[in-house]
Design a binder for this molecule. Structure first.
Ligand SMILES: [Fe+2]
Ligand SMILES: [Fe+2]
Length: 397
């Protein structure tokens, strides 16, 4: 087949494959899958492409020099033509994947904030940690949670950093102070992404950014992309403030639940990431409300307030979807008769073809087994049909 007749995503996949080289380090591995003749993979591959678009905006380096040196793969990864082909697809992907889930905001911002704070404080702590408390194979479920959350958290606040650039008055300095907390106030060991790495390592996981990209499922990518869509488009500035408003507030609660869970069930795991957030996000919530939301609405009026609400609601919906999905995948895996828990170490080395629950699973040869994220394998791929639609598995090569 000649390149011109390939659809734009398949063409992009070929470009990205070539730039990645034969055995790329995780930092310079920019590959995506090809939907091929499986139409049920379309959304998954589009989200992968959008993730690559967004991540091309910032610096990634491997922990040590690759065999070919650092400059050659770096130049391929940030090559102008590669960046241009990613940027060319971005508006279409955003319009299709993100914009439909971003409704307009309505209502009064002070009432909204008051209601949101009360609602989050009264909410049950976390359906996922409640499930884990009574589950077998907790390690595997938790490992999958860490992996599916890693596209964002291993570079935590790199998206929101893009919203701090520019010139917009006093709220900018408040958001910058939050940002430097996220970056450990310049102390590398305290950077939130570095704390997250430590938790991953204590579960025996590789802590490289994107080290597990083949296992990121559609919903994990969708959450990452929604956050980047907000922050990589300056027109979303007020919605970015809404994101911070909701995320900082919700995070105090969810990280507290995870911290308690880890202390009880995995006392040797490094839980500093969660302990730190349960504490500091109380301050971040106040800073967002008092130093960004309130002065911005005083300055720009109710329309700014509505846009902040729109961002908070988008964030709430994206978090809820990702959380519900993660739990549903764990529950489906736990209920599958042919499931064996446990994950191979290096999913990037031998990439198997991805499938969705709506793929033609019966057509997979009897001997083929499929890997579901970091949870483990199903020896009967047909069981994958009852998983949530945004789940992804890979044929074990
Ligand atoms: Fe953080
Ligand atoms: Fe925070």
């Amino acid at each position: 087949m000649n390149a011109v007749s390939l659809d734009p995503l398949a063409k992009l996949a070929a470009t990205l494959q070539e730039a990645s080289g034969l055995s790329p380090t995780a930092a310079f591995d920019g590959r995506i899958d090809v939907a091929g003749d499986d139409p049920t993979l379309a959304d998954f591959v589009k989200h992968q492409a959008l993730m690559r678009c967004y991540q091309a905006r910032y610096v990634l380096l491997p922990p040590e020099a690759p065999a070919e040196g650092v400059l050659a793969p770096m130049r391929r990864h940030y090559d102008e033509a590669r960046l241009a082909s990613l940027a060319a697809l971005r508006p279409r992907l955003e319009a299709e994947l993100i914009a439909p889930g971003a409704p307009a905001g309505q209502g009064d911002i002070s009432a909204y904030v008051e209601h949101m704070l009360a609602e989050i404080r009264e909410a049950p702590e976390s359906a996922f940690t409640a499930f884990l408390a009574g589950a077998d194979h907790r390690d595997d479920h938790y490992r999958n949670f860490l992996v599916q959350s890693s596209p964002d958290l291993l570079a935590e606040a790199s998206a929101s950093a893009l919203g701090v650039l520019g010139e917009y008055g006093e709220p900018q300095s408040a958001l910058f102070r939050i940002l430097i907390d996220e970056f450990g106030y310049g102390v590398h060991g305290k950077k939130h992404a570095v704390l997250y790495r430590a938790t991953m390592r204590s579960f025996g996981l590789d802590d490289a950014y994107n080290g597990y990209w083949p296992w990121f499922d559609t919903e994990a990518l969708a959450l990452h992309n929604a956050i980047h869509w907000l922050f990589q488009n300056p027109r979303n500035f007020f919605r970015q403030v809404g994101f911070l408003l909701y995320a900082e507030t919700a995070y105090q609660r969810s990280t507290l639940a995870h911290h308690r869970y880890l202390r009880e069930f995995h006392p040797d795991a490094d839980a500093r990431y969660f302990a730190e957030h349960a504490h500091i996000d109380l301050h971040h919530t106040r800073m967002v409300i008092d130093e960004a939301v309130t002065p911005l609405v005083a300055r720009f009026g109710a329309e700014a307030g509505r846009e902040i609400i729109a961002g908070a609601e988008l964030t709430k919906a994206a978090f809820a979807r990702a959380g519900d999905h993660l739990l549903a995948v764990s529950q489906a895996f736990a209920a599958a008769g042919s499931a064996s828990f446990g994950a191979p170490a290096s999913p990037r080395e031998r990439l198997g073809r991805p499938v969705t629950p709506r793929s033609d699973l019966a057509a997979l040869a009897r001997s083929q087994i499929i890997q579901v994220g970091a949870l483990g394998v199903l020896s009967d791929p047909r069981e994958f049909a009852s998983f949530p639609p945004a789940a992804i598995a890979r044929i074990v090569p």
